[in-house]
Design a protein around this ligand. Structure first.
Ligand SMILES: Cc1cc2nc3c(=O)[nH]c(=O)nc-3n(C[C@H](O)[C@H](O)[C@H](O)COP(=O)(O)OP(=O)(O)OC[C@H]3O[C@@H](n4cnc5c(N)ncnc54)[C@H](O)[C@@H]3O)c2cc1C
Length: 565
């Protein structure tokens, strides 16, 4: 389930229905690619729904759809469309790209736009595709004197409504599309510059509209206001005008399979390895993989992120081996371009929301980074270059900037980072910095529609988790930072990570692509036919069966003294 339901006046697409209904369709499609976990998509959904309702009548020519890129099944398709942030609007214009492999997107519309602006930009986009005009779409260009003169000879309708307007007005085109499903009437726009027609009908104000009847008579359309809804209301009630047999496209909705996710009871005082591993997979295999090729800043961000993970992630041995291999591979890769492909399992436990669009990935990403900042306090680095390479906050900043799909979240986070991240002087301060910035985000989001009612956004840790963190001075709440730091170190410690609901161990492999040409490689996680040097690196308890139950102290990279550096 995503943010939309089958009752909404738009088409819920899935990877299979996208192929069958959108590609090669006789109408134009505007598809919102969203991620159900993305707060800004939650905010945008009412706008998109309202737009769909507003232009429902245009549906033989223009259809609105949605595709949830957070749904693993759709991931590849989203990658194919080059979706790198959410929400993204793309118009899939009816041209032959599916056959020719050519993508013909129009520039995405700004999700902050009003319904009117979005509606008008649909028309503008349609008009940019003159050669590939959707067969189901009526002509929208201005009418000429000749066309009007011979109109009733060439068209079998009783009425022709002429909307006189200035060039920049969208009214005529909107009413034309609004009347698309109605028979026995046509609507054409006439520009105010079309002097002969303006004179002929005695038009004195723009916009205004005239009704021509097949028997040769004409009259001004009497409306209270020269506006879209008044025109369509009048025209749809003319005698002999009725709705045609067009049936809107709804069928694909039926194909949407929603498998209810089982509730996984979780304890709020614990951290779950399933969330952390899911965050890793989602980050590396979904978010990073959205970019078909990585270059420049993104390569650096990925390298820093993986370096930090390889050093600090207290994972099961096979995950740690995997991270170290990726790190090594990324560091040694001379190539500046790194293509790769995807992988697919994600289970939320501590981050499971009461609805599928709550919590999940962003929750696990916060958890992962808190854990990493705390792990870093356990490794004192002597070499400052080494320390810089393993700066958790720097890696988080780079990751969020380069890859985090919720682009507005990324902007907010970057704002906070730019303001104060460089003032952080120690690993302890880094853990506290992230804690306090996360609390700022919690405060900003409390009470908004992205808040899961069952997990209200509170200042964290609440008194029941850490009584000592809170005190009151002069009747004002104050945090005891030393207590908070102690609490963070205990909460995000390997001993507090539980393995409930983790997937069984898999061998995760980094390999050079078989097809790799010179200068390019691939990295992939697989079921592991190709175990290379990673095999030798397996930890002492390679199978980790004990570790499947209880906490994860046995799967940590060892305590500081044990020399994992
Ligand atoms: C970098 C970043 C920026 C974001 N910006 C936005 C935004 O601008 N707008 C938007 O709508 N959403 C944003 N989000 C998403 C949002 O912050 C939440 O992650 C999401 O709404 C899920 O909330 P949640 O209730 O699961 O708890 P989360 O806030 O995700 O927290 C996850 C878990 O971390 C623990 N926790 C909570 N607070 C703290 C803390 N202060 N210190 C340590 N641990 C803590 C708790 O155990 C909590 O369950 C952002 C996410 C990230 C990762």
């Amino acid at each position: 389930g995503g943010l939309y339901s089958p009752g909404d006046p738009l088409v819920l697409l899935q990877v299979d229905t996208l192929e069958s209904s959108v590609l090669n369709s006789s109408s134009a499609w505007l598809v919102e690619f969203y991620a159900s976990w993305c707060g800004h998509c939650v905010h945008f959904a009412p706008t998109w729904r309202a737009l769909a309702a507003d232009i429902q009548e245009w549906s033989p020519a223009v259809n609105l759809g949605v595709l949830d890129c957070a749904d693993i099944a759709n991931q590849k398709m989203c990658g194919k469309f080059g979706i790198t942030g959410f929400p993204t609007l793309k118009s899939l214009a009816f041209c032959a790209w599916y056959f020719g492999g050519e993508l013909c997107f129009v520039p995405p519309t700004d999700p902050g736009d009003s319904i009117q602006k979005l509606r008008q930009s649909i028309i503008t986009n349609l008009e940019m595709h003159k050669e590939t005009w959707p067969p189901a779409c009526p002509p929208l260009e201005p009418a000429s004197v000749e066309e009007i003169r011979g109109f009733f000879q060439t068209n079998n309708v009783t009425y022709l409504a002429l909307i006189f307007e200035t060039n920049d007005s969208f009214l005529g085109r909107e009413v034309t599309l609004d009347m698309l499903q109605f028979e026995n009437i046509a609507v054409r726009r006439v520009l105010s510059s079309e002097e002969e027609l303006v004179k002929k009908y005695g038009v004195t104000s723009f916009p205004s509209s005239f009704l021509l009847i097949k028997n040769g008579t004409f009259s001004r359309i009497p409306v209270q206001m020269e506006a879209r809804s008044f025109y369509t209301h009048f025209l749809r009630r003319l005698p002999g005008v009725m709705r045609g047999p067009y049936a809107p496209i709804r069928a694909p909705d039926m194909l949407i399979k929603t498998t209810p996710t089982p509730r996984r009871p979780a304890d709020r005082s614990k951290v779950y390895m399933a969330d952390l591993e899911s965050a890793l997979h989602y980050a590396l295999r979904v978010e990073v993989a959205r970019f078909s090729v990585l270059t420049g800043e993104r390569v650096r961000a990925l390298k820093d992120f993986v370096a930090v993970l390889a050093k600090y992630f207290p994972g099961r041995p096979f995950v740690r081996n995997f991270l170290r291999s990726v790190d090594r591979w990324l560091r040694n890769a001379r190539e500046s371009r790194i293509p790769y492909s995807g992988l697919e399992f994600v289970t939320w436990v501590g981050c499971q929301g009461s609805e599928p669009h709550f919590r999940g990935y962003p929750c696990s990403l916060w958890t992962l980074f808190h854990l990493l900042t705390v792990q870093a306090t356990r490794h004192r680095s002597v070499d400052s270059r080494e320390a810089a390479r393993h700066s958790v906050l720097g890696a988080m900043r780079g990751y969020v900037q380069s890859f985090f799909g919720c682009r507005e979240c990324a902007q907010h986070f970057e704002g906070m980072a730019a303001e104060s991240m460089d003032k952080v002087r120690s690993v302890d301060e880094a853990a506290l910095w992230l804690w306090s910035r996360h609390n700022r985000v919690n405060a900003r989001l409390a009470g908004t529609e992205t808040e899961d009612p069952q997990f209200p956004k509170l200042q964290w840790p609440p008194p029941e988790l850490c009584p000592l963190c809170h005190s009151v001075v002069n009747r004002r709440h104050v945090w005891d930072k030393a207590a908070v730091l102690r609490f963070l170190k205990a909460h995000f410690s390997p001993a507090n990570i539980f393995l409930d609901y983790t997937e069984p161990e898999r061998a995760l492999v980094v390999r050079r692509s078989r097809e790799a040409k010179e200068g390019a490689g691939e990295w992939a996680m697989g079921d592991g036919e190709e175990r290379g040097e990673e095999e030798e690196e397996r930890g002492e308890n390679g199978r980790g069966e004990e570790g499947e139950k209880g906490s994860c102290s046995s799967c940590t990279p060892a305590s500081p003294g044990k020399g994992q550096e």
